[in-house]
Structure formats: structure tokens, C-alpha cells
Design a protein around this ligand. Sequence first.
Ligand SMILES: NC(=O)c1ccc[n+]([C@@H]2O[C@H](COP(=O)([O-])OP(=O)(O)OC[C@H]3O[C@@H](n4cnc5c(N)ncnc54)[C@H](OP(=O)(O)O)[C@@H]3O)[C@@H](O)[C@H]2O)c1
Length: 179
Amino acid sequence: MTTHYYTASSLDGFIATAQHSLDWLLKQDIDENGPMAYDGFRAMLGAMALGATTYEWVLAHEGSWPYTLPAWVFTHRAISVPEDGSVRLTQSDVRDVHAEMTVAAGGKDLWIVGGGDLAGQFADAGLLDEVWVQYAPVTLGSGSPVLPRGLDLELIDVARNRDFLCGRYRVLRRTPNTK
Ligand SMILES: NC(=O)c1ccc[n+]([C@@H]2O[C@H](COP(=O)([O-])OP(=O)(O)OC[C@H]3O[C@@H](n4cnc5c(N)ncnc54)[C@H](OP(=O)(O)O)[C@@H]3O)[C@@H](O)[C@H]2O)c1
């Protein structure tokens, strides 16, 4: 069982603008069946976790919650969730949530959707195994950072998917690259 942070980023390392816009991302071209695209990644997954801002962005963008995977949304607020029980709100320690997700996933992998700090919280606990980033050909100058931590990573795969430069990295459990 592997825990992945899978996300798209601007070339300068932001996953959303400061206003939480993803217009810069949604205008890009990607082959949904191509290398490192979501459809292939989705087949590996058994559970997902995300922060409240990301959850609320998905709800606003899609009109309703589109995922069937068991999901944990980190928040300190009582935000609305689907009635089918597929989304749980939590403010528990990431280690406890990771353990719950592992049981729910039944041997399949876990997806940390974002934001970057939430992925960092899992990394802080030694629970983040892989980072997948699809780099869009755009710079934003500022916004939500892709992974605001000091981590050493090993590049384990790379691909082009139309507009995107796609990298897959293993998180190394050794001395962080910051002092
Ligand atoms: N480019 C991409 O592929 C991609 C992927 C994912 C996200 N995004 C975007 O990136 C942006 C990320 O937003 P963000 O930086 O605000 O991050 P976020 O993780 O989506 O949301 C942060 C919020 O999550 C809650 N939270 C985080 N850790 C928590 C913890 N340990 N316990 C309880 N609650 C916790 C808090 O919500 P409360 O204030 O409710 O307590 C916090 O304000 C969004 O605009 C999203 O749409 C882009």
C-alpha cells in the first residue's frame, strides 16, 4: 500500500493562484488515457484525503461531490457532506486518519489530493511515499505552494502528456534538504 500526493502544478510550483483559481490549469490539454493521467492513477486507489479548501473548490466546480472513493476531509468546520457517508470530516492527527484510510482502502493505495500543506503533514509523519506532479506550461508568480516542506525525493518516472511535463517521485526517508 502506497500513499501518493498526486497533483498538478504551475512550472513555478503553485497548485492554485492566491485567489484559489485553477483556470490556468483547466485550459491546458491532457490525454486522459495518456501517461500519468488521472484515469490510470485512479485504478490504484482505495481512499482519498483532502483539505477543506480543496473540497469546497471541487463542490463549487462540479456542483456535487463527484468521487465514489471513501474520502476524509480535514476541517475544523461543520461543512456539508453527501448523505451517502462517503465523505468524513476530520480534525484528527494524520496518523490516525491514515490508519482509518488504510483499513477502508482494503489493500489499495491512498491519494492525498492536497493542498500542499496537508500533503506536508503526512510527510512530516513519515506517511507520504510518492509525489506525482503534472507541470503545466505556465508560471503564476504566487499562490498555494505545491509542497511547502524540505524533502529529498528520487525521480522514479517521467513522461510528457500533451501540455504537461509529468514527474513521479519517491519520498526519501533521510536527512531533509533543509537545515
Ligand atoms: N493543482 C491541483 O491539482 C490542485 C490539487 C489540490 C488542490 N488544489 C487547490 O489548491 C488550493 C489549496 O488550498 P489550501 O492551501 O487552503 O489547502 P487545503 O488543504 O485544500 O485546505 C486547507 C484547510 O484544510 C483544513 N485543514 C488542513 N489541515 C488540517 C488539519 N490537520 N486538521 C483540520 N483541518 C485541517 C483547514 O480548514 P478549516 O479552515 O475548515 O479548518 C485549512 O484551512 C485550493 O485552491 C485547491 O482548489 C489544486
